[in-house]
Design a protein around this ligand. Structure first.
Ligand SMILES: C[S@@+](CC[C@H](N)C(=O)[O-])C[C@H]1O[C@@H](n2cnc3c(N)ncnc32)[C@H](O)[C@@H]1O
Length: 242
């Protein structure tokens, strides 16, 4: 199952998607932190720490942050754990990893969620922040999550989800589809940054509904699969490996 149909105005087929997405984030990496900081009203660090605490991250756990990007989730995990030694960060974009490496002394791995070069049964807590739309298969990705987690290990996937109501949807479209990409270009004077945020919106708009994500998690054997919604906008998908 794809997280969204191929966006053929950007790439010809699902096979061509990873190279397109990689280029997008390599080029946008230097702008990413600034853009998401004001775009989410400076709430990002607080929210990324709070959500991990609420979903059970505790000192002593081994953590894998998939699609770590510039390290925004991992930095907050390190605050909770009291250090970054037990954190592994994985991402396919060398540009994003370069920024993340400058922030924390974690272990960094170049790779994709669908085929992670990591051993079985290693991690207690696995996070993925705002990147599920970029994988090429939900099942392959979740099978990998199940494989690398220890029994009892937890997965926490963060996403922004389009509101279902007409009014919420109207403002969501207006902000993420038009205002956010336009302000991104105005503030950064970078088309690469604008394109990154435009694509961000297009993938959110085309994304499968939350129930499909929950079904795919259950389908590979996760239990206690649930979605918590915050402010009608943020989805927190959580599950446990039995
Ligand atoms: C919007 S950024 C999210 C960064 C960070 N997790 C955060 O919370 O801000 C999306 C990240 O997903 C990464 N990504 C794209 N395709 C991926 C894949 N197939 N597997 C893992 N990560 C991927 C990109 O390189 C990028 O760093």
């Amino acid at each position: 199952m794809l997280p969204h149909p191929p966006l053929t105005s950007h790439y010809s087929s699902t096979e061509a998607k990873p190279a397109f997405v990689n280029r997008l984030f390599d080029k946008g990496a230097r702008y990413y932190d600034g853009v998401v900081d004001w775009g989410f009203l400076r709430s990002g660090a607080f929210y990324r720490r709070w959500v991990q605490e609420r979903h059970g991250l505790k000192p002593g756990m081994r953590v894998l942050d998939v699609a770590c990007g510039t390290g925004l989730v991992a930095v907050e995990a390190a605050r909770i754990l009291g250090g970054a030694e037990a954190i592994t960060c994985l991402d396919p974009s060398e540009g994003m990893l370069e920024v993340a490496r400058s922030k924390l002394p974690a272990t960094f791995v170049l790779g994709r969620a669908e085929a992670m070069p990591l051993p079985d049964g290693t991690f207690d807590f696995l996070t993925m922040g705002y990147a599920l739309r970029h994988v090429t298969s939900l099942e392959e990705t979740f099978r990998e999550y199940h494989r690398v987690l220890k029994p009892g290990g937890r997965v926490l996937i963060l996403e922004v989800t389009k509101p279902s109501g007409a009014i919420g949807n109207f403002f969501f479209r207006l902000y993420f589809g038009r205002i956010y990409p336009a302000l991104t270009q105005l503030f950064t004077r970078s088309r690469d940054a604008r394109d990154m945020m435009r694509y961000y919106w297009e993938t959110m708009d085309a994304c499968v509904p939350p129930e499909t994500v929950l079904e795919a998690l259950r389908g590979v054997g996760f239990i206690e699969v649930r979605r918590t919604r915050m402010l009608g906008l943020f989805s927190e998908y959580a599950a446990i490996k039995p």
